[in-house]
Design a protein around this ligand. Sequence first.
Ligand code: ZN
Length: 104
Amino acid sequence: MNTSRADAVPYLSTEELFREVNERIVRLNQEFESPEGEYLCECPNSLCAERLRLTLAEYEAVRRDPCRFLMAPGHERVGSIVLEQNASYEVVAVPVSRHLTIVH
Ligand SMILES: [Zn+2]
């Protein structure tokens, strides 16, 4: 079955849209065998342009669970659960409207 991604987009949260972009960055980094990449902050602010430097392994550890999102410190929604935090980024639990298909 071939579902159109364009049809699904209006139902995605901002966090999920940023995740979609980052999935493409992951694929590019894999293609160029780059161990480090700049990933977009996956916070709910659609105008956020913050980029976070992570290794591919670090980002893959975040996105392994589709409910975990990468954000710059302090960018999470009020009341969100911060699962991990370090100086440059944090991992936030976000309820997703649908589970993204993760392409390996
Ligand atoms: Zn942000």
